[in-house]
Each structure stands twice: as structure tokens, then as C-alpha cells.
Ligand binder design. Structure first.
Ligand code: SF4
Length: 397
């Protein structure tokens, strides 16, 4: 029988702002470059939060982190963003040291007004910013269809610091059209020169239904070959680790103490409440017939989301109960993303049985292949295993 670890009493909130200035050609997030009604969307978020706060699954619990993602949250005014945060703080009990993050696009932080916006965000309680830098190469930014320049990144970073933020993430992307190892090396060097506390380093994946997928199909997207992409991943591991940024997840590096608590919650299968168009949620207490939890996703269209909230306070488009087999897959798939790996004792606590022999054998084989290493409490991917994580995951599932 599954029993909730004590930490399950705390939870996280994700707030989705689904608008962008322009759609990037590789992006399959729920983001739209379209006119928006800020006030109406904020009211919908507040109504949705109030709806969930009344439910026993979420009431009387402490929120340990809030993450505003998108889309481009910083398209909204500081007043609107602060108002959402203050509504959440009024409805839910926030832990004293809650991590309150917001994603920002450098293109939205380029003038005097945006400096004031950053000060307001900081004074209203946000304490972490994740800046979508992606690259410092003008050519690479242009290939990616980004609407900001390399100069925008460094300028907005200094404005973010001037506003008081001392917990800053930079997103970087590699494996982009025409990118060479040298360009990637320069990106890593420049990122380290700027000394962020956290770096998220993603390989470009070509998602179906994006403009890049269409170009690839037409033979018009020239991506680095697999070998070069692997070298890029390994170069990031080498450079960032040497600079004191510890890789704590496949794509995430941090100075000690600056690991993103919100994202760690996802990988640990902690509960999170997603608010906004297309937001996802997970609650281990929401499925009476299956104590392993329920996942659900909101209606993706912002207009339909707002209409549904106005009609009944919630906007769920899809929900699934997590049965034991699904939960076991999640345990491996999410747990092994963390460099600390999985704990066999935690497996026993969650599933009420020892790790099955067939999965132990798969882990042993992966260890012989140099992809997994045993830890004092379980197993973790090796640096090479982190590169080839997909093959480990598929053998486990
Ligand atoms: S800014 Fe981010 S969310 Fe918006 S389109 Fe580009 S990649 Fe997608």
C-alpha cells in the first residue's frame, strides 16, 4: 500500500501565462502570439486558485514553491503578476522560504519601464528569475527565431541583479541549425562569465507540428550530427562542472544551494497544482480508487480556459488516475533524471514491495554497460548514462 512521505504535505503551484510576442519556430509549448486580455486572464487564475483552495486535497497544506512559466510571463505588467502572487499567498499557506520563480524573455526587459517592472516583481516577493537567454551568438539566435539579441541578455541580466535578484537561471540551448562545437563552447564560456547561480542546458528537439519539423521534413534544416550533439552535451558537463556548477539533473546545473526546488518537486513526484491555460497538475491524494495519484491538464486554448473558469471554476480537459504500473514507470523515468538517482528504500515505501528482480537485472546490465552506477542507497545514471538516458529509460519501461 502506498503511503505518502511526510514531504507530500507540501506542494507547489505552477502558473501558466500562455502568450508570447512571437512564436519561436521550434516551440511546442502552449504559447500563442495573439492579443490578450490581461485583466480577464488574471481574474480567471484567481478564480481557479480559489476553486482548488476549497478542495480537501489542497486545503491546509503548505506551498513550498510557485513557478510562473509560459509563454512569456514577463509580457504581463508587474501589477498583474504581483496581483496573481498576492492572490495565491492569500489563499494558500506559503512556506517562509518559498521559492517564487518567474520566467522572463530578455526581449521583454529592455527599457526603463522593464527596470521598474523588475523592481516591482522583486519587492512583491518573486525571488528567482529564469531568463531565456538560449545563446550569445547573434547568428544562432537568428536561426532560432528569437526576438532578442545577445546584448539584451547581458543588459537584462544586470537589470535583474540591480533589482535585487540573487537567484538567477539562464536557459541555454544546443544542437541548433548550423551550430558548431566552437559556437557552443563560446556560449558556455559567456554564460559562465556572467556567473548565474543556475543553468538549464537543453538539446534542441524537433517537436512534431512545429515550423522546424516542417523544415526538417523538407530537408531544409541542417542540424549538427548526433556525434556533435553528444560532444556538446559532454562539453557542457565538463565546462560547467569545472566551474563549480553541479549537474543535478540531465539538463540542469547549479551552484550549491541553488538547485531549482520547484523542478526537483516534479522529478520527485511531489504534488503540484497547475493554474492557467494548458497547465498540468499532479496530486497523490486526488484518486480515491488509486492512491498513487492523479494527473490532469487544463484546456489549452486561453479563450476556452477563461470561459470554462467563468462557468464553473475549473477547466480540466484531461485527467488520468495513476495506477501502480504507471507510477513505477514514473518513479524510474523521473527519479533517474536526477544525478542522485533513485532510492530502493523509497521504492519500497511507495510501492510496499522490494524492487522487482527483473528491474534490478536491467539496472545491473546498464551498470555493466557503464550507464548506471550503484549508490549507497540505490542507483544513478553515470555521466555517460545521462547522455544516453533515453536508452536506459526505454529498457526499464
Ligand atoms: S519565447 Fe519560449 S514559450 Fe514563447 S514561443 Fe519562444 S520558446 Fe515558446
Amino acid at each position: 500500500m502506498y503511503s505518502c512521505p511526510a514531504s507530500r504535505s507540501t506542494f507547489s503551484i505552477y502558473v501558466h501565462i500562455p502568450y508570447c510576442l512571437r512564436k519561436c519556430p521550434y516551440c511546442d509549448f502552449n504559447s500563442r502570439a495573439e492579443p490578450y486580455a490581461e485583466d480577464k486572464y488574471v481574474q480567471s487564475l484567481a478564480a481557479e486558485a480559489a476553486y482548488y483552495q476549497m478542495l480537501p486535497e489542497w486545503a491546509d497544506r503548505t506551498c513550498g514553491s510557485v513557478y510562473f512559466g509560459g509563454g512569456t510571463p514577463t509580457l504581463f505588467s508587474a501589477a498583474a503578476l504581483s496581483r496573481i502572487l498576492s492572490v495565491l499567498s492569500g489563499l494558500f499557506s506559503m512556506s517562509g522560504d518559498a521559492e517564487l520563480s518567474i520566467e522572463a524573455n530578455p526581449a521583454t526587459l529592455t527599457n526603463e519601464l522593464s527596470r521598474a517592472k523588475l523592481h516591482t516583481l522583486f519587492s512583491s516577493g518573486f525571488n528567482r528569475i529564469s531568463l531565456g537567454a538560449q545563446s550569445f551568438s547573434q547568428d544562432k539566435l537568428a536561426q532560432l527565431g528569437r526576438i532578442h539579441s545577445a546584448v539584451d541578455v547581458s543588459r537584462s541580466l544586470s537589470d535583474i541583479r540591480a533589482a535585487g535578484f540573487a537567484n538567477i537561471n539562464l536557459d541555454l540551448i544546443f544542437g541548433t541549425p548550423l551550430e558548431t562545437l566552437t559556437v557552443w563552447e563560446q556560449d558556455l564560456d559567456e554564460a559562465l562569465r556572467l556567473c548565474p547561480q543556475h543553468l538549464s542546458v537543453y538539446g534542441l528537439t524537433i517537436e512534431p507540428h512545429t515550423y522546424f519539423a516542417k523544415r526538417l521534413k523538407q530537408g531544409l534544416l541542417l542540424l549538427p550530427d548526433e556525434d556533435t550533439q553528444a560532444k556538446m552535451f559532454l562539453l557542457a558537463q565538463e565546462r560547467l562542472s569545472a566551474a563549480g556548477c553541479r549537474q543535478y539533473e540531465i539538463s540542469n546545473y547549479a551552484q550549491p544551494g541553488f538547485e531549482c526546488r520547484h523542478n526537483i518537486g516534479y522529478w520527485k513526484r511531489s504534488d503540484y497544482l497547475g493554474l492557467g491555460a494548458g497547465a498540468h497538475s499532479f496530486c497523490s491524494r486526488s484518486a480515491p480508487g488509486s492512491l498513487l495519484g492523479r494527473r490532469w491538464a487544463n484546456i489549452a486554448s486561453p479563450t476556452d480556459y477563461m470561459a470554462s473558469i467563468a462557468a464553473g471554476g475549473k477547466a480540466v480537459a484531461f485527467a488520468e488516475d495513476i495506477d501502480k504500473e504507471k507510477a513505477i514507470l514514473e518513479f524510474f523515468f523521473l527519479g533517474l533524471r536526477k544525478t542522485e538517482g533513485i532510492s530502493f528504500a523509497e521504492y519500497e515505501t511507495i510501492f510496499g514491495e522490494q524492487m522487482p528482480e527483473d528491474r534490478l537485472q536491467i539496472l545491473n546490465q546498464a551498470a555493466k554497460d557503464g550507464l548506471v552506477e550503484k549508490t549507497p542507497y540505490g542507483a544513478a545514471l553515470t555521466p555517460r548514462g545521462l547522455l544516453l538516458s533515453d536508452s536506459v529509460f526505454s529498457s526499464l519501461v
